[in-house]
Structures are given as structure tokens and as C-alpha cells.
Design a protein around this ligand. Structure first.
Ligand code: BDR
Ligand code: CA
Length: 344
């Protein structure tokens, strides 16, 4: 199996994002629009950090700030495959995006909805698409079940979700997997190469205050918005010693990995999504053993699906890639200041 992060061409890589915008999803959209390494073909929206209509509104508003009117946006699932939707507004604000009060977009979501949009974006791409779920995987699971033929034009799936160590939604489960564990299990088992950018690396990539404050005053509305979103993120997570020294890039880090895979270290292990009710529901159990266990010897448990699991990240490299990429937009006036602040 080839890793979903092994580049095979120097042409921009076609990508489709699945988002629940989302403070860090907004940063991810910014990077995907502005990266010369990526060809963003569509964005699908799903309930997660906020309800799906709010997610669509937020995503369109971010694309307006980026002056990216041609990126199609689809409205997807309004709840997980099983159970109710449970938002993360206590982290992402009442509007799901740090209460930024962005102007409402005049654009509408694509006719036909997110699943049809993803299907068309993948099948119509001349080169294989990398699918990048940054949210509960309800849309992606529905897509793979309804239209399994899309797998033939997928280079891989690079998802933000799961964790080797502890969780955030619960002690052991990461939010995107916890919100829809059945969907995550379907995605991991779909026969497409998967890279899991989980909490272990997600929590390591931050932008320090002295850098994001430079972005605040930028005349480019997207760059200024990135500064405000990073400040919101910093305010919310200050108490977490793992990430408390800056604003979290979060989902944007996973998209940076598609553009520059050598910033990530992965190991290939079986991963099982815990589906049983109870405290461990939604946990990603990553089997890093070297020696056959009694479970396999006695046939009491099946192996999970092989996944490239992120275990290390060049956090400064990702931060620098993100900043130089988003600052290289039409209003690139502050790029030198931002770069100097990065280098300190
Ligand atoms: C994930 O959950 C959401 O809060 C973020 O947008 C990210 O996708 C982190 O667990
Ligand atoms: Ca997200």
C-alpha cells in the first residue's frame, strides 16, 4: 500500500475538504485556497463544531474573505449516522467560528448537496483526488457507501481525527471520531489509503501571539481574519499546557501535510474505532505492538485497518508554511513583518 501522503506529481494536487467550520477549519480553508501546491476542487460541510447550516454560512463567509467565489460548497449531513449532533460551540463560539460576525455571503450552497458535490468533484478530476476530512466523517462515509466507485479516483484520505494517546471530547476520544464513530469506522475500512493526523500532532502546531498579532492589522481581510481566529483559539486553550503558548493551527496542519508531506512522521499500524457504548466509545485504538498478542493467538479479536498514523510533526515547519502561504495572497503587504516575527 502506498501512503496517501507520498507525492507522485509536481502539478497542484487536487483536494476536496470536508469541514465543520470551525475556527481551525477556517484556517484550513485559507491554506487550501492559497497553496500553490493544492487545487481545491470542492468543500463539503457537515454538522460538528456547529449545526450544518451555520457551517455552510461560515465556510462561504471565509471564501468571500479570500475572494474565492469559484470554490463550490455543499451542504451535507445534519447529524451523525447514529445519535444526535453535539456541537463544540463552547470552544468555537456561538457562531462556531469565534464570534467573528463576518458579513453573510450572498452565495448559496451547491444544488444537490454535499455528497453529490464530492462525487462529481472526485470523478471529474483529471488526476486522483486527496480527500481531506477535517470534521465528523458522516459525509465521507455516506459518499463511500453510496458511490464506492469514487475510490478509483482517490489518491488517499488525509483526515484530522483520532489520537494515539488521550482524547479531547472524552478522556480517550477525539471530537471528530467521537461525534460519529460509525462513520469513522466506515472510512478507515473503505480500502483507501488513510493518513490519520490525530490529536497527538494536531496539538503541537501553534502560532505565537507576537506573530498572529502582526496579522491583525493586515489589509488583506483573510490574513486579518486568520490573526483574529488564532487569537480566539489561544484564548480558549490557554489552560492546556500542551498547546497553551499560542493559537492552534489545528485542522490547517492536516492540509499543510498534503502540501508538504515531509513535515510529518508516521507509523503504519492497525487502527480500530471503538463503537461500543460507554466511556471508550469513539476511541481510536492504535495497535503498536511488535509481538503477536494473545488476542490474535486465541482469535478473540480482529485486527483494525492499517493506517498511516501521525506520530511526529515539524511544528515550526508547518507554522512557517502556513504563514508564508496565507500571507502570499492579493494583500501581501505584511508578509515580511509576519516572516520576521516568525523568525524572531
Ligand atoms: C477537531 O474537532 C474540532 O473541534 C476541530 O475543528 C477539529 O477538527 C479536533 O478534535
Ligand atoms: Ca474541524
Amino acid at each position: 500500500m502506498t501512503s496517501s501522503l507520498e507525492p507522485t506529481t509536481t502539478a497542484p494536487l487536487p483536494v476536496v475538504l470536508d469541514v465543520d467550520t470551525g475556527v481551525d477549519d477556517a484556517l484550513a480553508v485559507m491554506f487550501a485556497v492559497r497553496s500553490p501546491r493544492l487545487d481545491l476542487r470542492a468543500i463539503s460541510c457537515v454538522a460538528g463544531n456547529a449545526d450544518v447550516d451555520q457551517v455552510v454560512a461560515n465556510t462561504l463567509a471565509v471564501l468571500d474573505a479570500l475572494d474565492a467565489p469559484d470554490v463550490p460548497v455543499g451542504r451535507g449531513a445534519e447529524r451523525p449516522l447514529v445519535g444526535p449532533s453535539r456541537d463544540a460551540r463552547h470552544i468555537h463560539g456561538a457562531d462556531g467560528m469565534g464570534d467573528q460576525r463576518l458579513p453573510a455571503s450572498a452565495r448559496l450552497a451547491a444544488d444537490g448537496g454535499a455528497i453529490d458535490l464530492m462525487r462529481r468533484a472526485i470523478l471529474e478530476s483529471p488526476d486522483p483526488v486527496t480527500l481531506v476530512p477535517l470534521a465528523p466523517m458522516t459525509n465521507v462515509a455516506l459518499l463511500l457507501r453510496a458511490y464506492p466507485e469514487v475510490r478509483d479516483n482517490l489518491a488517499g484520505i488525509v483526515l484530522m481525527g483520532g489520537a494515539v494517546e488521550g482524547g479531547n471530547a472524552t478522556a480517550v476520544a477525539e471530537f471528530n471520531v467521537w461525534h460519529d464513530p460509525e462513520a469513522a469506522a466506515i472510512v478507515l475500512g473503505a480500502g483507501v489509503p488513510v493518513t490519520m493526523y490525530g490529536l497527538d500532532v494536531f496539538s503541537q502546531v501553534v502560532v505565537e501571539a507576537q506573530t498572529y498579532e502582526v496579522l491583525h492589522g493586515d489589509p488583506d481581510p483573510a490574513v486579518a481574519l486568520a490573526g483574529r481566529l488564532l487569537a480566539h483559539s489561544h484564548d480558549v486553550i490557554r489552560s492546556d499546557p500542551r498547546v497553551g503558548h499560542g493559537g492552534l493551527l489545528g485542522d490547517a496542519g492536516a492540509v499543510c501535510m498534503v502540501a508538504q508531506p515531509d513535515l510529518l512522521t508516521t507509523g503504519r499500524w492497525p487502527v480500530h474505532v471503538e463503537l461500543a457504548p460507554g466511556r471508550s466509545r469513539g476511541q481510536t485504538v492504535v495497535d503498536r505492538r511488535f509481538v503477536l498478542g494473545e488476542d490474535a493467538v486465541h482469535g478473540v479479536d480482529s485486527l483494525g485497518h492499517l493506517v498511516d498514523v501521525a506520530v511526529g510533526v515539524d511544528a515550526e515547519g508547518v507554522r512557517d508554511l502556513f504563514l508564508t502561504t496565507i500571507c502570499a495572497g492579493p494583500g501581501a503587504s505584511q508578509v515580511d513583518d509576519a516572516a520576521r516575527a516568525v523568525q524572531r
